[in-house]
Design a protein around this ligand. Structure first.
Ligand SMILES: NC(=O)C1=CN([C@@H]2O[C@H](COP(=O)(O)OP(=O)(O)OC[C@H]3O[C@@H](n4cnc5c(N)ncnc54)[C@H](OP(=O)(O)O)[C@@H]3O)[C@@H](O)[C@H]2O)C=CC1
Ligand SMILES: O=C([O-])CC(=O)C(=O)O
Length: 270
């Protein structure tokens, strides 16, 4: 059976996913795309060999086996409800939205009631396999230190609220420290990975430090997890997406790898 994929969000990640389906790297059919920026959706659809239709959310869900959210945290409630109420599977990239407990409960309940599966790719970080295993025991603390070029933080609510002048940063500077819950609200387009860590660590405390480094050419996510299992330390130096410096290329690749594994009969890894 060919997996019918509906894509919400035609930006950096959405475009990579669409191309991977178009080239046959993911064995599936991109049946429909939706973006509130209609021009962006049109541009993506017309760049593909097999052109998906441009549709509104409800219609996209109707046509899909799996709905892929690659839009924004704000899009998640509506997309999740539309997909899960119709029993469709769902992949969420804007994972930060799920640190809102009532939304997480809604997603879990609707998925269970309607027999849907919800996929949260590992995104721009590594080490979730070990953290998932560790969560079967006790995890005491997880820390995430994210370093990006200041231009990657442009437009973040925290930067605007605190009136931080990103152009004035001339050396590496810690611009934020807080919990994962605080971080995903303050920087919704930068540290969704904090939410993925938090959900994987099954409620263990996840503390986030964000560093703006004017010399940074890569997006670095360094993770330390400690518990009765010992300690895990991982660090990824991510190539930023050329279309969106906030987003690392690895995040798009993790979405592609997740879709591939859904479409394939043999599953590898934790
Ligand atoms: N889990 C992870 O590890 C990672 C997650 N992410 C997250 O994944 C998501 C996609 O990332 P990326 O592709 O880089 O983002 P982009 O900003 O490049 O693309 C997102 C696209 O979706 C559109 N969009 C936003 N909100 C809505 C909505 N409510 N309905 C329809 N379209 C919408 C945007 O339009 P417009 O620009 O006009 O708003 C834009 O065209 C983001 O939330 C990002 O923060 C990113 C990297 C890693
Ligand atoms: O792509 C990245 O480096 C991580 C990111 O933006 C996010 O988690 O939101």
């Amino acid at each position: 059976m060919v997996l019918k994929i509906g894509l919400v969000g035609c930006g950096a990640i959405g475009a990579e996913i669409a191309r991977a389906i178009d080239s046959g790297e993911i064995s599936g059919e991109l049946v429909a795309v939706f973006d509130h920026n209609v021009e962006r959706a049109e541009e993506l659809a017309s760049s593909l060999e097999v052109r998906p239709i441009l549709s509104e959310l409800e219609d996209l869900v109707e046509r899909s086996d799996i709905v892929v959210e690659a839009a924004s945290q704000k899009a998640v409630p509506e997309v999740a409800k539309a997909a899960l109420e119709r029993g469709r599977d769902l992949m969420i990239m804007s994972v930060g939205a799920l640190l809102d407990r009532s939304l997480l409960r809604m997603v879990e309940d609707l998925a269970e009631e309607n027999g849907s599966r919800v996929y949260l790719p590992s995104g721009a970080i590594s080490g979730l396999d070990g953290l998932k295993s560790a969560g079967a025991g006790r995890i005491d603390l997880v820390t995430l230190t994210t370093t990006k070029n200041p231009k990657g933080f442009l437009g973040a609510p925290y930067i605007e609220e605190m009136k931080i002048d990103l152009d004035a940063i001339k050396e590496p500077q810690v611009i934020f420290e807080g919990t994962a819950e605080e971080a995903v609200v303050a920087f919704p387009a930068n540290v969704n990975v904090a939410a993925t860590l938090s959900l994987t660590a099954r409620g263990a405390r996840v503390m986030v430090k964000i560093v703006a480094d004017p010399d940074a050419e890569v997006n670095i996510h360094q993770i330390t997890a400690e518990g009765d299992f010992g300690r895990i330390i991982t660090r990824v130096e991510n190539v930023p997406s050329p279309r969106n410096p906030k987003t690392s290329y690895l995040a798009a690749l993790s979405a592609i790898a997740t879709l591939r594994s859904i479409a394939e009969p043999v599953k590898i890894g934790t």
